[in-house]
Design a protein around this ligand. Structure first.
Ligand code: HAM
Length: 415
């Protein structure tokens, strides 16, 4: 035998109950998001590498280490999408969506690709459900999107949820703040861990995540970006909070919340679940008012989020999923009755019933067992003695005229 080929590391097959649970998640997302005016969008699985390099940011882990870039020769570089926001913005520009009433509200449920070290809740191909509202900087957009994610997670029964909220202000504010923080860290260099000391130039914000006791003591008195926002940005953030309060959405303000992607401005947020281990991020997002310009469009504000489908399912109880109902199982005895059975199953489906034909060459006994296992309401049996119909609920069986089968099963009536 040839060696077996397995699914690549960090990928998985979707089967059985898992497929049903995902379909239920998609139905909830559609219900909640379309009710709020979000329309479905699909973008290509791969895009120009440049879109992510510029959009997500050259210095991010995603762009530096995690992209699957396809070998297309020297003139073109394509990358499997690691996220959905830059592609949605690209589509907005490409289709002139600025001519539509603003904001344009879009949602997606698609698979994404990142070359990460696989572990529980972290895959190399994973699915995200996401929503983006482009063309308005109204803080109500931010609050509404956050509310929609929390409604979706609630509807799915996700447990142990926590919402952290912050604001990053504008890139200019961030740059000034970064310098202030660097000055502060340098002034306390002697008390910091070696690692943090080595990162002052490159990534001073990382100091907030340190476990080192001395560093933690220093960081307790460190300047916070939230205290350095411009009046306009502070007011924007205050309005987002007021709207969330009014809608009864609980959150914690986290002044050190940072996200792994470069395009964020103003509002950022992250939803975590205590049910998940190290990979506790269920979903997150924020405002990206500068992204459209970075990818070559006119200044256009935007806001959105994405949540990992696998992580939502890990954080949620599995409701018992019933297999789809089966109105009719068509059994036959003798190959000469196969064409009649084939026709009957097709006619039943055309008439709107769920119907399955025996395809496994089983004995009559085997076929009845199979029909029972599939939960069939009726079984039609075609054979020497004509057509008979068995009511699987009452166990009653009687001979019927072949063209009256549909009449008998209509409405699932007992024989
Ligand atoms: P992100 O935080 O990189 O944001 O990903 C969003 C969610 O996708 C995460 O919270 C997590 O649940 C899931 N996720 C990310 N990577 C993996 C992985 N390797 N395996 C399993 N799940 C994963 C974004 O992607 C932004 N585009 C969100 C956004 C939309 N911001 C504005 N609009």
């Amino acid at each position: 035998m040839s060696p077996k080929i397995q699914a690549p590391r960090g990928t998985f097959d979707v089967l059985g109950d898992d497929a049903l649970a995902r379909a239920a998640l998609e139905a909830q997302a559609r219900r909640i998001l379309e009710r709020a005016g979000y329309a479905r969008i699909e973008t290509p699985t791969f895009e120009a590498t440049e879109l992510f390099a510029r959009g997500v940011g050259e210095s991010t882990d995603v762009v530096q280490k995690e992209m699957y870039t396809l070998d297309e020769g020297p003139s073109e570089s394509l990358t499997l999408r690691p996220e959905g926001t830059a592609p949605v913005c690209r589509a907005y520009l490409e289709h002139g969506m600025h001519k539509l009433p603003q904001p344009v509200k879009l949602w997606y449920l698609s698979s994404f690709f990142r070359r990460e070290r696989p572990q529980a809740g972290r895959f190399r191909q994973f699915w995200q459900v996401g929503a983006e509202a482009i063309g308005s900087d109204d803080p109500a957009v931010d609050a509404e999107l956050i509310l929609l994610l929390s409604e979706l997670l609630e509807a799915l029964g996700a447990r142990g949820l926590r919402l952290r909220l912050g604001s990053l202000g504008t890139p200019a504010t961030r740059e000034t703040y970064r310098r202030d923080l660097q000055d502060y860290l340098r002034a306390h260099e002697g008390e910091l861990s070696e690692e943090v000391r080595g990162r002052i130039d490159l990534n001073p914000l990382r100091a907030f995540d340190a476990d080192h006791p001395g560093t933690r003591r220093v960081m307790a008195g460190a300047p916070l970006l939230l205290d350095h926002l411009t009046d306009e940005d502070r007011e924007h953030f205050e309005t987002v909070k007021t709207l969330l309060d009014g809608a009864g959405v609980a959150y914690e303000v986290d002044p050190t919340l940072v996200r792994g992607l470069d395009y964020y401005t103003r509002t950022v947020f992250e939803m975590t679940s205590d049910e998940l281990g190290a990979q506790s991020g269920v979903g997150g997002g924020g405002r990206y008012d500068g992204l459209m310009e970075i990818i070559g469009g006119p200044p256009t504000p935007g806001m959105g989020w994405a949540a990992g489908v696998e992580r939502i399912l890990l954080a949620s109880p599995r409701p018992p999923v019933a297999p789809p109902p089966l109105d009719l199982y068509v059994a036959f005895v003798g190959a000469e009755h196969r064409p009649g059975a084939f026709r009957l199953a097709a006619d039943a489906r055309r008439a709107g019933y769920s119907a399955r034909l025996e395809l496994g060459g089983r004995s009559l006994k085997g076929q009845l067992k199979q029909a029972d296992r599939a939960g069939a309401r009726f079984v039609a049996i075609l054979g020497e003695e004509g057509t008979s119909l068995k009511d699987m609920e009452s166990g009653e069986q009687k001979t019927v005229e072949p063209d009256t089968v549909m009449h008998h099963i209509r409405g699932g009536k007992a024989l």
